[in-house]
Design a binder for this molecule. Structure first.
Ligand SMILES: [Mg+2]
Length: 386
């Protein structure tokens, strides 16, 4: 069959034999408005990494985008510290994002992104404003998935339907000089079925780091991986010195040794160390990632969907990383990260914690149409402060 007959043959198929698009995507949709809820969590027991105290002052903002098709897109963005952060995001969503996207067709996420960047550039396409852009993009993808009747990972070009995960379990805790709480937390994660665990390093001395890494490796045993995360705490010299220790001990990756903007330092570490350098959770947009990647500053690229820019931008970052032969992991877990990771062949891990339904250390894909981002009404009612 030559090209002409092939084309003609396609056109001659009876229309009943062609797959019909889902009803919601057949006609143009319009965004009719948004609603937000501000949630504040009660203070819990703090845990620590090298530079942060988490869990005592946290909150989130929930976003619903309404459409004239009767479909509602959901997103929520959380802050593990700085309880005032969500209020700023809520204000940006209500006062700056809402007037831009109202009336737009949610089937055009890249157009929506362009319009939002244009509207928000005065305070910068980055920082807290980008949390709002990201939330809007995630809610838009939730609408598109629901309209198509598909989980979003199937719309993005699926690569797999199960994802390897690791548990972020080895924190610093108060009154834990003997590491008994640290040990219990790692044992719990391994008991839950994780094949990889992450621990925090860098808060105290190099000797203390070695003690924590040794304990984690011994508990994990053969065939399971230990990842270390320094949360930006070192300067270049210290980052290299400690990196050699983690490398010699057999850790799988070395995360965020330096401040995120210190790109030249990342290049130097990636050049001098064989252990994988992982970073990216504090970078905004593909432009910052492109800068890091072009400088050869990372082996594992870790965009955070809240900061990086939602689904649209995150997937572009993932593709740039793939084009450079780099591995990909999410910062954080949940259904948003799961939907995106499943579509990328270079994705190696989703970060998460707590009990999961495991098959061989992997977690199954969400099946519900959209992003699986709806927040239960009872949770909203319980924690809503604005
Ligand atoms: Mg980290």
């Amino acid at each position: 069959m030559n090209r002409r007959t092939l084309l003609t043959a396609g056109a001659a198929l009876p229309s009943a034999a062609l797959p019909m698009p889902a009803a919601g995507l057949q006609k143009q949709m319009r965004i009719t408005g948004i609603e937000t809820d501000l949630l504040r969590m009660p203070p819990g027991e703090p845990n620590y990494d090298a530079i942060h105290k988490l869990g005592v002052d946290s909150g989130s903002v929930v976003l619903r985008i309404r459409t004239d098709a009767g479909i509602t897109g959901w997103a929520s963005t959380s802050f593990g510290m700085i309880a005032g952060g969500p209020r700023v995001v809520q204000t940006i969503l209500e006062q700056e994002v809402k007037p831009v996207i109202t009336g737009m067709d949610p089937s055009f996420p890249r157009k929506i992104r362009a319009e939002l960047w244009k509207a928000l550039e005065y305070h910068g396409v980055g920082g807290v404003a980008h949390f709002a852009v990201s939330a809007a993009d995630i809610a838009v993808w939730d609408i598109l998935g629901k309209a198509a009747g598909l989980p979003v990972w199937k719309m993005l070009g699926a690569f797999r339907d199960r994802m390897p995960v690791y548990s972020m379990c080895g924190w610093y805790y108060g009154n834990d000089g003997d590491l008994s709480r640290y040990k219990r937390s790692i044992e719990t994660a391994l008991g839950q079925g994780y094949h990889a665990i992450k621990i925090k390093v860098g808060r105290y001395s190099i000797g203390d780091d070695a003690r924590r890494v040794r304990m984690a490796l011994d508990l994990a045993g053969k065939g399971k991986r230990v990842l270390v995360d320094a949360n930006q705490v070192f300067n270049r010299n210290e980052a290299l010195r400690r990196g050699r220790v983690y490398q010699e001990m057999g850790c799988f990756w070395y995360e965020e040794p330096l401040a995120p903007h210190e790109m030249g330092g990342y290049t130097e570490l990636a050049e001098k160390l064989d252990i994988r350098i992982a970073t990216g959770e504090n970078l905004y947009t593909k432009y910052q990632f492109a800068d890091l990647i072009a400088r050869k500053g990372a082996d594992v690229v870790q965009p955070d969907n809240r900061r990086a820019g939602g689904v649209t931008e995150w997937m572009e970052i993932a593709a740039i990383a793939d084009g450079y032969g780099l591995e990909l992991a999410s910062h954080g877990g949940g259904s948003v990260n799961m939907n995106m990771l499943l579509a990328m062949p270079n994705a190696i891990y989703m970060e998460t914690g707590g009990p999961q339904k495991f098959v061989d250390g992997e977690v199954a894909a969400p099946e519900a149409p959209g992003m699986s981002t709806e927040v239960p009404a009872a949770r909203i009612a319980k924690y809503k402060v604005g």
